[in-house]
Design a protein around this ligand. Structure first.
Ligand SMILES: Cc1cc2nc3c(=O)[nH]c(=O)nc-3n(C[C@H](O)[C@H](O)[C@H](O)COP(=O)(O)O)c2cc1C
Length: 217
């Protein structure tokens, strides 16, 4: 599959088959992810991969803490978003709504329940960065995660980046024995897509280029 097809086809997957992913396949996609560029080749990314009973232990804890704290999803900005950004998140909601409705969930329930259970994905990946790094190094992490999502898609695997559960960082660190020196910045659900599920029956769109590019000639 050529790179442009992979980029065009990849999408976030929120329902997975109950089918294990081999360790060889996981290692292969990480081999490609680690080829991402980083400032002075620092490669500041580190990942914790969990599946099987350990992942189940994590999910049990996340469900418990979520029932207590009920963190909801939002842009996480200090000030209200400009309309051009807010409109995009409303549009996602419109695209998802009919499909989520079929699952009998509200949007928030869909995102929250799914985020806590990693959408039943067989593999959960926790993305970390050492706290020694300044926030600008999140850029490098983002590049590596992009490579990972694309490599997974090229191998026939599906993913969903999940930011919501980073609110439960202490619990994740506790269950998976992650050092306090590491910051948990993202999690990623990985597995084989359940193509029949309504949760995967939509594709988000993108802004026209004229809205995001400024030219000076
Ligand atoms: C940093 C980050 C955090 C995200 N967090 C969540 C999440 O908590 N729950 C969720 O369902 N999707 C999450 N997503 C997926 C986005 O909703 C998705 O990427 C966006 O709607 C565009 O759709 P696409 O990935 O299918 O192209 C996240 C994506 C990114 C990049």
């Amino acid at each position: 599959m050529d790179i442009f097809s992979v980029m065009k086809e990849r999408k976030s997957t929120r329902a997975f088959l109950d089918k294990p992913v081999s360790r060889d396949d996981i290692e292969e996609i990480f081999t490609y992810a680690s080829m991402a560029p980083s400032a002075i080749n620092l490669q500041p990314w580190e990942f914790v991969i969990t599946y099987g009973e350990e992942k189940d232990r994590l999910i049990t804890r996340l469900k418990k803490v979520h029932a207590e704290q009920k963190v909801s999803c939002g842009p996480g900005t200090a000030k209200p978003l400009q309309e051009k950004f807010a409109g995009r998140s409303r549009k996602v909601l419109e695209i998802m709504k009919p499909h989520i409705f079929k699952l009998g969930l509200t949007f928030n329930k869909f995102i929250e329940e799914g985020s806590c259970s990693f959408y039943g994905a067989p593999v959960a990946i926790i993305v970390t960065i050492d706290r020694v790094f300044p926030q600008i190094r999140y850029l490098d992490i983002g590049l590596c995660v992009s490579y990972l999502l694309l490599a997974a898609h090229a191998k026939g695997l599906a993913t969903c980046p999940i930011g919501l559960i980073t609110a439960y960082e202490d619990d994740i660190a506790d269950v998976l024995n992650i050092s306090k020196e590491k910051e948990i910045v993202l999690s990623i659900a990985l597995g084989y897509a359940d193509e029949e599920s309504s949760a995967n029956a939509f594709k988000t769109d993108r802004e026209e280029l004229s809205k995001i590019l400024s030219w000076y000639e």
